[in-house]
Write a protein that binds this ligand. Structure first.
Ligand SMILES: [Ca+2]
Length: 285
């Protein structure tokens, strides 16, 4: 029933903005159709909205016919595209209470190994940079990130995704754009119920609690469940992309964090390829 919903609903869906295009009493959804159908029903071509992606194809070799003779067969075209995105960035560690994080004051300040020079105190989730058209801002903020640490392997990943999903304009999501979250991590995640280990009984209420770029309920509210996160991703029209280390493949594959979309991507790359910085947990929007 809106232009943005229409355009997102399928590759060939377009919106007719022409005045009085719909008959009185007709639903607005009648404005959404394919180009041919809209024209057939009398919509002027200049009134049809169908935004194009800005992308450049940088590698587009022809498909192999003698695939198995020598080199790797080319089975996909194009092989490489350059897509203009507006990136944002956030990072996460875990709840800063026992048994997740060592609460010894010295260890809170520097939770990494002794010899580690660049270590920042642990935190739940920090939104670092709102979406920007300036790639240099993004690169600068990512480069500034320092590693951190905590006691147990699973991290506060779902807390981070939840806040990134529900915090709307605080994160910088635009209404009409396609929304992606790229999750970069080398570890699994805590989920609803794990908070009890730290005496955190309040269930996650799926609302935004950000102050000064930090998630303020990290130590007061339980982690959300996978279902809660998946539902909020869907509600906020966000497509997750998992850029996790190979050993985490199954953890994220079977997590059903992305079951609501018919297609999704998994990347199994080293961090240096995904983001050129030594960080362990990040959400890039
Ligand atoms: Ca942890």
């Amino acid at each position: 029933n809106s232009c943005s919903n229409c355009i997102r609903s399928g590759a060939y869906c377009m919106w007719c903005k022409q005045l009085n295009f719909t008959k009185p009493g007709k639903q607005k959804a009648a404005r959404c159709d394919t180009w041919a159908k809209l024209v057939e029903r009398g919509c002027m071509e200049g009134d049809i909205i169908s935004p194009q992606n800005i992308l450049t194809v940088t590698k587009n070799n022809i498909l192999s016919t003698n695939a198995f003779v020598k080199d790797e067969p080319v089975q996909l075209r194009p092989q490489e595209v350059n897509l203009k995105l507006r990136p944002g960035f956030g990072s996460f560690v875990d709840k800063t209470v026992l048994p997740f994080t060592n609460t010894n004051p010295e260890k809170l300040k520097k939770p990494c190994a002794e010899k580690e020079q660049f270590c920042q105190p642990a935190f739940g989730y920090r939104h670092v940079l709102s979406m920007t058209a300036n790639d240099a801002d993004f690169k600068r903020e990512v480069d500034k990130q320092r590693i951190s640490g905590n006691l147990d392997s699973p991290e506060g990943t779902l807390d981070a995704i939840m806040q990134a999903a529900v915090c709307g304009d605080r994160i910088g999501w635009r209404n009409s754009s396609t929304r992606l979250i790229v999750l970069t991590t080398d570890d699994g995640f805590h989920m609803a119920g794990d908070g009890k280990l730290a005496g955190i009984l309040e269930p996650n209420d799926e609302r935004c609690y950000m102050d000064n770029q930090l998630y303020t309920k990290s130590n007061d509210m339980d982690y959300p469940s996978v279902g809660q996160v998946a539902s909020q991703l869907e509600k906020n029209n966000i497509q997750p992309i998992f850029a996790v280390t190979k050993n985490m493949e199954n953890v994220y594959r079977v997590s059903r964090l992305s079951f609501f979309q018919s297609f999704f991507l998994f990347f199994f790359l080293s961090f240096s390829i995904v983001i050129n910085v030594n960080i362990c947990n990040a959400v890039t929007y």
